[in-house]
Every structure is written in structure tokens, then in C-alpha cells.
Design a protein around this ligand. Structure first.
Ligand code: V47
Ligand code: SF4
Length: 392
């Protein structure tokens, strides 16, 4: 690859026109995003992602990498759906499925609060025993007991399910949940929007238009939400780009997405491994960098260390990611499918991981208000990437 990617990008490089657009702050097209995926110039793609991250972060924050002290809570793993990639709500082991009482949820939340968490990320299976009243009770009680905790809960899939279960509109369900204490929505359940992939993976829940509509309604109500994309489930590069473009279009309309999280499928407990191509580390880094470039209207890209593993997540920070998610006391969905990442990252370890990757650790709340800029500062690199490279 060419090392010189200053603003006069060498004309002979096959990605020269795309690099120029990135440096000029122009929006990338579908064809350009696909060409980035097809290129094997990983270093250049990473540098472009890093450049876009710095520009998006703004002056004085170019080196910031965010994290939060949080926990995951999953009140039930019983699910009426049977998505083939899901080991968390395994249909062959339904008799072992659990459903927590409201008291049990409170007890688990209390364990996290005692350790200082201030965000609960709560999602679960689609369980007819867990109706809207059950979730309203959980939100109300957790908020009454721990008012300092932000409740980021319910994927669009759960909102759709609750609306159908109760005979309410998506907006009515969201309003009731917000009234009970819901603070924002996570980005799960998007999988890959392409219908062919969904059919192969037996995903019958929440097709793209409904997933996007629910997030749009949430945005109009003032809720911040996130968005995910699950890879390694037989998708093509085109499917991934189209998925991102639908998110970009929705964000142009309603503007409430905070963060994009590329996810990677784990296969233990599923029967799909022989039908899919497992994403390589190169693929995963491209997902980070290319999502940073395509999703020019998203502020944050998350390196979800639970799935990437700690080391690849650190590397992803140099490819355009600016968020390491949280310290996460316990995670069930990916670990049920074989993830080996440690089950919690103490706060000081998280800060060291970020600083030793060359970035400034910044503790945030759920909606990206800064709580604390860590005193652990890396050897700060203030120069933009193109200036550094032009000197080589
Ligand atoms: O929606 C299901 C995925 C998602 C598997 O919003 C699997 O901040 C891997 O959405 N292997 C849940 N993944 C996780 C999620 C998330 C995570 C972190 C932060 C945020 C956020 C959201 O996990 C599901 C599904 O796409 N999933 N099965 C599996 N076998
Ligand atoms: Fe149910 Fe979600 Fe698992 Fe699909 S991915 S089976 S909707 S818990």
C-alpha cells in the first residue's frame, strides 16, 4: 500500500478517490463502501477510520475513548422465537429456561449497584409470562431503590413483542415504559436487515422497517438508542453495507442513534457453523472502520470487547472505534454461545487497556455526558494522522 495519504492522495491507489472524499468530509456511496470491503489495504482503511473518528470527536477530544461502569441484566431466557444463531434462548433446552421474579431482578441489580455501576443494560427473550406490567414493575422498583441508575433496556424486538401481546401501539408501549423509568434503548435485535439472511437464520421477528420504525418513534419521544449489526450469519459484504445505509437513512430522519456496535456471532450450541463463514479478525476490523466511514451521522462506534476479545477491541480503537462499552459484570448472550472473554473488567483495568492503546480513557454516562477524564493519560498524539504520514 501507499504510505502517503495526505490530502493529495496518490492517484494510482485504487482507494484514492475514496480517501479524498473522506478527507474532504464527503458522504460515501454504496459502491464506495463495497469497494472498501473488497480492498485488502487494511492499514489504509484503518487510517481512514481513525481520521474520521478524530474529526467526529472534535477539537480537544480527538483521543477520547469512552467507557461506562455498567451491568447486564437478563430477566428471562425463555423466547417464543427460534433464531438459529441464538444459544441464549436455546429452543432445545426450553425446559431449563428461567424467568426471574421482580424481587430477583432487584436483588441482582443490587449486587451491581453495590459495586458502583450506574447503568443497567436489560434485555431478554420474548416470554408471554413477562408482560408489560412485569417490566413496568421492574423499572419502577429499580428506579425507586436506585434512582442514580440509568435503565437502558428493551430491544426493538421486545417492544414489538410487547405491543402485539398487549394490543398496543409501539408508541404506547414506549410511553408506558418511559413513564416507569426507561432511560434509553440498546441496539440489539437488528441482526442483518437482509430478508434472505433472515430467512436462512429463521429470524421471523421485527423486519427492518419495523425495527427502524420503533427506533424512529423512540427518537421522536426524546429517547437515545443504539444500533447493532450481527455478522457471521451468512451475510455478504453487500448485505452489511445495505444494513448500514438503512441505519444512516433513519439517522438522517430522526437523529437519535448514539452508537453503532458491530457484533460477531459465536456458534456453540447452534447448528449453523457449517453454513456460514466465520468473520476473520480482518473482517471485524473492517466492520469497525467502514461503519465509522459510512455512518457519518453516528457519533460513536463501539468496540464490544465481550465479542471481539480484549486485544482486538484495543486494536479496533485505531480503526475508528471510540467506545469500549462497559465494565459489564456478567454477560449471558455471547457466553452462552462460547465467548471466552473475561466476565468483568474492573474499572482500573479498563482504563489501562485504553491508555495503553494510545488513547485517553474517559468515563461517561449512558448518554455520553462525561463523568471523568481519567488521570491515566497515554503519550498523547495530537497530530492528525495525515500530517504524521505526510512526514514519513
Ligand atoms: O441482538 C445473539 C446478538 C445481541 C448471538 O446497545 C449474538 O450498547 C453473538 O445488542 N453470538 C445482543 N451475538 C447484544 C447487543 C448489544 C451488546 C452490547 C452493547 C449494546 C448497546 C448492544 O447479541 C442480539 C443478537 O444480535 N446475538 N446470538 C451469538 N450466538
Ligand atoms: Fe429470542 Fe432474541 Fe434469541 Fe431470537 S435472538 S431467539 S428473539 S432471544
Amino acid at each position: 500500500m501507499s504510505l502517503v495519504i495526505d490530502k493529495t492522495v496518490p492517484q494510482h491507489h485504487p482507494l484514492a478517490d475514496i480517501a479524498k472524499k473522506v478527507f474532504d468530509g464527503e458522504r460515501l456511496s454504496r459502491e464506495e463502501a463495497i469497494r472498501l470491503y473488497q480492498s485488502d489495504d487494511l492499514a489504509l482503511i484503518g487510517m481512514l477510520g481513525e481520521h474520521a473518528r478524530r474529526v467526529k470527536a472534535g477539537p480537544g477530544r480527538e483521543n477520547y475513548v469512552y467507557f461506562i461502569h455498567n451491568m447486564h441484566l437478563n430477566p428471562t431466557n425463555f423466547c417464543v422465537e427460534t433464531c438459529r444463531f441464538c444459544s441464549y434462548a436455546n429452543p432445545t433446552e426450553r425446559e431449563k429456561a428461567y424467568t426471574w421474579t421482580v424481587d430477583r431482578v432487584l436483588e441482582e441489580a443490587g449486587k451491581g449497584v453495590a459495586l458502583g455501576i450506574y447503568e443497567i443494560h436489560m434485555v431478554g427473550g420474548l416470554n408471554p409470562a413477562c408482560d408489560l406490567a412485569y417490566y413496568e414493575e421492574i423499572l419502577t422498583q429499580v428506579k425507586a431503590k436506585y434512582p442514580q441508575v440509568h435503565l437502558k433496556a428493551f430491544t426493538a424486538v421486545e417492544i414489538e413483542y410487547l405491543a402485539n401481546l398487549e394490543g398496543l401501539t409501539y408508541g404506547e408501549v414506549l410511553e408506558r415504559l418511559v413513564k416507569a423509568g426507561l432511560g434509553s434503548m440498546p441496539g440489539g435485535g437488528a441482526e442483518i436487515f437482509d430478508e434472505g439472511v433472515r430467512e436462512r437464520m429463521a429470524v421471523s421477528k421485527t423486519p427492518a422497517p419495523i425495527w427502524l420504525e420503533i427506533h424512529g418513534i423512540a427518537h421522536q419521544m426524546g429517547l437515545k438508542t443504539n444500533a447493532t449489526m450481527l455478522t457471521g450469519i451468512s451475510e455478504t459484504v453487500e448485505n452489511k453495507v445495505d444494513h448500514m445505509l438503512l441505519l444512516r437513512e433513519q439517522q438522517d430522519k430522526t437523529g437519535g442513534f448514539q452508537c453503532f456496535i458491530p457484533l460477531k456471532c459465536y456458534y456453540d450450541g447452534t447448528n449453523i457453523k457449517d453454513e456460514v463463514t466465520e468473520p476473520s479478525n480482518v473482517d471485524l476490523l473492517k466492520d469497525v472502520a467502514i461503519s465509522r466511514l459510512v455512518l457519518d451521522n453516528f457519533d460513536h462506534i463501539k468496540a464490544y470487547w465481550i465479542q471481539l476479545g480484549v486485544e482486538l477491541a484495543q486494536l479496533a480503537l485505531s480503526f475508528g472505534a471510540d467506545d469500549m462499552d462497559g465494565t459489564i459484570l456478567e454477560e449471558k448472550i455471547t457466553h452462552a454461545a462460547g465467548a471466552q472473554s473475561p466476565l468483568k473488567l474492573a474499572q482500573d483495568k479498563m482504563e489501562q487497556l485504553i491508555a495503553s492503546s494510545g488513547y485517553q480513557p474517559v468515563e461517561r454516562d449512558t448518554i455520553y455526558n462525561i463523568k471523568r477524564v481519567s488521570e491515566l493519560a497515554p503519550a498523547l498524539i495530537e497530530e492528525p494522522i495525515e500530517t504524521r504520514l505526510a512526514r514519513l
